[in-house]
Structure formats: structure tokens, C-alpha cells
Design a protein. Structure first.
Length: 263
């Protein structure tokens, strides 16, 4: 997945060692991933046979069933799971009952990752790129999840009708100038396409779509296994699958806190 990376101006302030390279801020805006509605009827989900477990590496960075959006120094970039994640919902243009679907999806992902999510209420803010912070000094913006369209949000602009949702995240961190980098996801927007008609819950629903997009918010990318909910085309399932949950576990509280030096 291509990603736009940029290095911000050095902060320099923390470094006093004469010969040491200056520490500087780093940041990256994720490339949004489209979630597609299948264009043809999907076949029933086949039972997958378990692979030889002896070859499974728990520390593997990627697997056919889950994948991370961004890897820095051998670790997936993720939120600091030891801090609450605040979020707001823009449901004015969504389906009736949409807010309950979003709340349930957030609660489910919070449970799977061991993270705490705090609902800050509904908002008229459109989930788009402009909302995301551009510097690490103003990153306390709640995640905005909501229904919008290609006229209001750049995330859905020029996208085919079969695209259900798009998520964009931004992470900020520090490069100590000596090859050590650490970063954390600090903001995200989730745009759900209000022009699509899906059931609220069940297979290929808004609930499944919200769970998929929240997987991106947490740092997951599309895996190769098309039966996982994180697959780029919405599979015929209603909730997170085994690989999705494994990936979420690896970006959650069980993986420890993320501490950015000087942040
Ligand atoms: Zn996706």
C-alpha cells in the first residue's frame, strides 16, 4: 500500500549531546482503503482448514489472515492503548438506527483490543482529510465516524458506488536521529457512503462495514484471505473473523503501551 510520508521540521530541543543527531518528529497520513461491496453474489464461506500450527510464528508481522497498515522498526503502528480514544458520530445523513450500529461496533472493537473508547456525542463534522491534524501539537481530536458522500468528503470523492466506506488515519512519532523510531496513531476519520443501501446488521451490513473500518482505525490493512472481515471486498460474514481478531489483539492493550519520548 503506498503511503504519503513526510518529515516535519526538527524539534531539536530535547537533544543536548554534541555529536548526537537531532531527534525530529515524524508523521504519516495513511492512504485510505476502499471497502467494496461484492459485484456478484458471494459463495458461502468455506470452512478453512487449519494450517500446520508448528510453522505459525506468533511474532510474524504479517499473515494471510491479517495485515498491518504501517510498520515502523518492526512493530505495527497503533494507538497508545493505555489512553482512551475519543470519538464522535455524524449520523444526520445515515440510516435510521445508524448511531446504535456505530456504538455497538466501537464497543466490539474496544473489547477485542482492550482499548477504552469514549463517546463524545454526535457531530456535524464531515469525516474528511482536512479534519485530521497536520502537526503533533493538536492531536486531541476525536475520531469522527459518519455517513457522508463524495460531494462532502474527499474520502469518497470520485469513488464508484460499490465503495462502502473509507478510513484515513494519521500517526505522529519521533525519530531519535540514531535509527530508532516510535510513533502512535493519533487521529482518524471514517467516511461511510450514505448513498449505499445496506441492512443495519447481519452479513454485508452497516455493522460489518463499521467493524471493517474500525479495523483500519486500529491499524489493520486488507489481508490476502478474502474470508476475513478486513478483506477489501466485504465478505459474506457479519462480524470479525479469527484473523481479524488476531490482528486486533496485536495492536491492542495486550501488546503494551506506546510511549513516545518527549510527547
Ligand atoms: Zn478496507
Amino acid at each position: 500500500m503506498a503511503a504519503l510520508a513526510s518529515v516535519l521540521a526538527p524539534t531539536g530541543a530535547a537533544s543536548t549531546a554534541l555529536a548526537a543527531p537531532a531527534a525530529h518528529s515524524i508523521m504519516q497520513l495513511s492512504e485510505p482503503d476502499a471497502l467494496w461491496l461484492p459485484t456478484q453474489p458471494t459463495s458461502p464461506v468455506l470452512a478453512t482448514t487449519a494450517g500446520p500450527t508448528a510453522t505459525v510464528k506468533l511474532a510474524a508481522l504479517t499473515s494471510p489472515s491479517y495485515r498491518f497498515s504501517s510498520i515502523l522498526d518492526g512493530q505495527p503502528v497503533r494507538w497508545n492503548p493505555c489512553q482512551a480514544i475519543h470519538w464522535k458520530a455524524n449520523v444526520a445523513r445515515g440510516p435510521v438506527g445508524g448511531l446504535d450500529v456505530l456504538k455497538a461496533a466501537v464497543a466490539h472493537v474496544a473489547y477485542k483490543t482492550g482499548t477504552q473508547w469514549v463517546f463524545d456525542g454526535t457531530t456535524a463534522t464531515v469525516p474528511n482529510t482536512a479534519y485530521l491534524p497536520k502537526t503533533p501539537t493538536n492531536t486531541n481530536k476525536p475520531v469522527v465516524i459518519g455517513w457522508t458522500d463524495g460531494t462532502a468528503s474527499d474520502l469518497l470523492r470520485y469513488k464508484p458506488a460499490a465503495v462502502l466506506g473509507m478510513t484515513r488515519t494519521v500517526w505522529f512519532g519521533v525519530d531519535d536521529g540514531m535509527g530508532h523510531r516510535v510513533a502512535a496513531t493519533r487521529a482518524a476519520v471514517v467516511a461511510l457512503d450514505r448513498t449505499d443501501r445496506l441492512p443495519l446488521r447481519g452479513v454485508q451490513s452497516w455493522s460489518a462495514t463499521a467493524l471493517h473500518e474500525l479495523g483500519h482505525v486500529m491499524g489493520l490493512d486488507h489481508p490476502a484471505d478474502t474470508h476475513q472481515l478486513m478483506a477489501s471486498t466485504l465478505p459474506n460474514v457479519s462480524t470479525l473473523q479469527t484473523g481479524d481478531n488476531t490482528g486486533l489483539g496485536r495492536v491492542g492493550k495486550a501488546a503494551g503501551c506506546v510511549v513516545i519520548p518527549g510527547a
